[in-house]
Design a protein around this ligand. Structure first.
Ligand SMILES: Cc1cc2nc3c(=O)[nH]c(=O)nc-3n(C[C@H](O)[C@H](O)[C@H](O)COP(=O)(O)O)c2cc1C
Length: 235
């Protein structure tokens, strides 16, 4: 067997690859970054969770309101550790193989409540965002759909080692973008969202199995490797 053939085999021979079963065991947390009743991001999160389920994976939808926590305070952390809401969020992220965040854009950036939750979670060990396959989506009544907020959201997540998927999805005019049953009124956009989620799930599923993918990712992050640069380029 040459090295290329070997790379196409599952990392763990005790778990032979079966596409349908592999997707079923993929657990995805879909987290809305809004606290608001009637949030368009929570609606988008519900649609995303339904599409994840339709794609054969297991989805769990949640909002930041499920994890109440105070503003981060180093003194409170030193005295009492992480608050229960932050601990619960850490456990839910750690239990999922993949994370999808549906976030509003506030002032062209990340809403304070979501950044606050990320800050609390970053204090937990092992740090739950590290190596987590993560997809970012947004919804906004504006014409850019909150996309600038997602670029800002990438920064703390990538800093924490989350594997933030290159494609993102932003829903413009979100107050008018949903049908009564929660689908998107624009079929082209619905197809694009479905395709993005399917591609993301393929990567997340592959990441649970293929050591070669993990090795390549680490190398691109500049983690230590003994391989000479030329070998890595040819790998
Ligand atoms: C403080 C604040 C700042 C906002 N800044 C932006 C912005 O920069 N870009 C944008 O598209 N919408 C902005 N909005 C509008 C939100 O996109 C809108 O309120 C949206 O419904 C929030 O998401 P949600 O419905 O999921 O809570 C802002 C809203 C608030 C309250």
């Amino acid at each position: 067997m040459n090295p290329t053939d070997r790379d196409h085999f599952p990392a763990d021979p005790a778990r032979p690859h079966d596409g349908a079963a592999a997707r079923e065991s993929l657990h995805v947390l879909v987290l809305s970054g809004s606290l608001r009743t009637g949030s368009v991001n929570t609606r988008l999160g519900s649609l995303v969770a339904a599409l994840v389920t339709r794609a054969g994976a297991t989805a769990e939808a949640a909002t930041l309101g499920d994890f109440p926590m105070p503003p981060y305070d180093g003194d409170a952390e030193a005295d009492e550790g992480l608050p229960p809401g932050a601990l619960a969020l850490c456990e839910r992220i750690a239990a999922a193989q993949a994370l999808i965040i549906a976030s509003p854009e506030y002032n062209a950036s990340v809403p304070g409540v979501l950044k606050n939750a990320i800050d609390w979670v970053s204090r937990y060990r092992p740090q739950p965002f590290k190596d987590k396959q993560t997809l970012l989506v947004s919804a906004s009544p504006s014409m850019v759909g909150g996309n600038r907020g997602l670029w800002a959201l990438r920064i703390p997540l990538e800093h924490l080692g989350a594997r933030v998927y290159p494609d993102m999805f932003s829903l413009a005019g979100a107050h008018q973008a949903f049908t009564g049953d929660g689908a998107l009124t624009d079929p082209g956009l619905g197809e694009r969202l479905t395709t993005t989620i399917g591609s993301f799930l393929d990567l997340a599923e592959a990441d649970t199995r293929y050591l070669c993918l993990q090795r390549r990712w680490y190398e691109f992050l500049g983690d230590r490797t003994d391989a000479p640069v030329t070998s890595r380029a040819q790998d």
